[in-house]
Design a protein around this ligand. Structure first.
Ligand SMILES: NC(=O)c1ccc[n+]([C@@H]2O[C@H](COP(=O)([O-])OP(=O)(O)OC[C@H]3O[C@@H](n4cnc5c(N)ncnc54)[C@H](O)[C@@H]3O)[C@@H](O)[C@H]2O)c1
Length: 388
C-alpha cells in the first residue's frame, strides 16, 4: 500500500468523515461513500470547515487545504470503490448489515484490496466470515475524533493473513498514528480495559459513597484523569456507553466484572444521554450551575483507589490473556483515552502488592467475583516482580 493507492471509506458519519479526512491529508485519493445524501453533504461541509479552521490557525496554507479537499470524492455509488487499495468501513454497528456490505465490497474491489472495519464491538472474525477471501479482512479501530486521537487498534481476525496485518499496520503507522496490535476479543484493548472507569464509578455512586460531582473531582483532581467518569459518559452519550457495556458483558459470557449499571440504564431510558440531549448525569441547560463536589481528601482517595485498582486489574488480565503486549496496553490507554499514565506502569509505581491487597479486601468484603484479582497479579506479587 502506498500513497498512490486510493482509499475507500464507507459511511460518512462522524468516524468515516474523520478517517477520510486523514487519508486525504496523507496524500491519498479518497472516496467516501454513504447511502444517505444528507450524511454526505454534512460530511463535505464539516471537512471543509475543519480545513478552513486549520488555515485560519496557520497549520496549513490555503493551497494545501485545496489540495486535500480536491483528493476527496463524496458519492453514494459504492461501485466507485473498484480500484481502491483499501476500504475502511464505518457504517452502523450491526453485524448482519456489515456482513452484507463486506460481501458486496468483495465483489466490487480487486483481489488484493484490504477490507477493514472500524467496528467498536463486533468480532472481526464474524465480519470476515462473509467474504470468500477472509484473509484480507482486518479491524482498524480509530477513536473519536479520528483526526485528533493518535491511537488506532489493529485487529487481525483468526482468518487474517500476516500480509494483510503488516500492510494495514504499515499504512496506518505511515499516517502518523500510534498503532497497537490487539486480539479479536470483546472491546479489543481500550473498550475492555476502560470498563471499570465507568462501572466502578457507577457502583460507588449507587452505594451512596459519593455523588457524581465528587467522584468526578476525585478522578480528575487526585487521579489526574482529564475528565471524570460522569462527565465523560455524558460526553460519549449514556445510550452509546450503556450499549457498549451491555455488549461487552454479554460477549464475556456475563462475567460479573463487566455487569452494566441500572443507574446508567435508567438515564439512557429517560433520554438523559448527556451533552447531546442537554441532560445526563449533569444538567447542561443554560444558567444551571454545576453541583459542587465534596472535596474531602480521604473520601476522594478511597474513590480513586477503588476505580484505579479495578482498572489496573483489567489491564493485568488483558496482558495475562495475551490480548496485547504490556507496551501496547499502556499506549492504548494513554493515546486512545488520554489516561495520565499507562496502567501497568502506574501499578509498578504504587506497588503490585498494594494493588493486590486492595482487590483482596474488596473481594472478601463484597464476596463478589467482580473483584477477583488477576492470576498474573498474584503470581507477580508472589515472585516479587514488576512490569517494567
Ligand atoms: N462514534 C464513535 O465514537 C466510534 C468510535 C470508534 C468506532 N466507531 C464505530 O464506527 C462505526 C460508525 O460509527 P459512527 O459513530 O461514525 O456512526 P454514524 O451513525 O455517525 O455514521 C454511520 C454512517 O453510515 C451510513 N450508513 C449506514 N449504513 C450504510 C450502508 N449500508 N452503506 C453506506 N452507508 C451506510 C449512515 O448513513 C451514516 O452516515 C461503527 O461501527 C462504530 O461502532 C464509532
Amino acid at each position: 500500500m502506498n500513497n498512490n493507492q486510493t482509499v475507500g471509506v464507507l459511511g460518512a458519519g462522524s468516524m468515516g468523515s474523520g478517517i477520510a479526512q486523514i487519508a486525504a491529508t496523507q496524500g491519498h485519493q479518497t472516496i467516501l461513500v454513504d447511502l444517505n445524501e444528507a450524511a454526505l453533504a454534512k460530511s463535505e461541509a464539516s471537512i471543509q470547515k475543519i480545513l478552513a479552521r486549520l488555515v485560519d490557525k496557520g497549520k496549513i496554507d490555503q493551497a494545501e487545504a485545496d489540495t486535500i479537499f480536491g483528493r476527496l470524492k463524496f458519492t453514494s455509488d459504492i461501485t466507485d470503490f473498484e480500484g481502491c487499495g483499501i476500504v475502511i468501513e464505518a457504517i452502523i454497528e450491526n453485524l448482519e448489515v456489515k456482513q452484507k456490505v463486506f460481501a458486496e465490497l468483495e465483489r466490487i474491489t480487486g483481489d488484493t484490496c484490504i477490507l477493514a472495519s472500524n467496528t467498536s464491538s463486533l468480532s472481526i472474525a464474524s465480519i470476515a466470515s462473509a467474504c470468500n477471501k477472509a484473509e484480507r479482512v482486518i479491524g482498524i479501530h480509530f477513536f473519536n475524533p479520528a483526526p485528533l486521537m493518535p491511537l488506532v487498534e489493529i485487529i487481525p481476525a483468526v482468518q487474517t493473513s500476516e500480509e494483510t496485518k503488516d500492510t494495514a499496520r504499515g499504512l496506518i503507522d505511515g499516517w502518523k498514528k500510534v498503532t497497537v496490535l490487539t486480539k479479536d476479543t470483546p472491546g479489543f484493548i481500550v473498550n475492555r480495559v476502560a470498563r471499570p472507569f465507568y462501572g466502578e464509578a457507577l457502583k460507588i455512586y449507587e452505594e451512596g459513597v459519593a455523588d457524581f460531582a465528587t467522584i468526578d473531582w476525585a478522578m480528575t483532581e487526585l487521579g489526574g484523569f482529564r475528565m471524570g467518569p460522569f462527565t465523560l459518559m455524558d460526553y460519549i452519550g449514556n445510550d452509546i456507553n450503556y450499549t457498549v457495556t451491555e455488549t461487552v458483558f454479554a460477549a464475556f459470557y456475563y462475567d460479573p466484572r463487566y455487569r452494566p449499571s441500572f443507574t446508567q440504564k435508567r438515564h439512557s431510558e429517560a433520554g438523559w444521554y448527556g451533552r447531546k440531549s442537554g441532560r445526563g448525569y449533569y444538567d447542561y441547560a443554560e444558567g444551571v450551575t454545576m453541583p459542587e463536589p465534596n472535596k474531602d481528601e480521604k473520601l476522594g482517595t478511597t474513590i480513586l483507589n477503588r476505580v484505579l485498582v479495578m482498572l489496573i486489574n483489567e489491564a493485568v488480565d488483558a496482558l495475562f490473556l495475551n490480548i496485547a503486549s504490556k507496551e501496547d496496553i499502556d499506549l492504548a490507554m494513554t493515546k486512545g483515552v488520554n489516561y495520565p499514565k499507562g496502567l501497568l506502569k502506574w501499578a509498578d509505581e504504587i506497588g503490585l502488592d498494594n494493588v493486590l491487597s486492595q482487590l483482596e479486601t474488596l473481594q472478601s468484603e463484597y464476596g463478589e467475583d467482580r473483584y477477583r484479582p488477576s492470576v498474573l497479579l498474584r503470581r507477580m506479587v508472589r515472585d516479587n516482580k514488576t512490569f517494567y
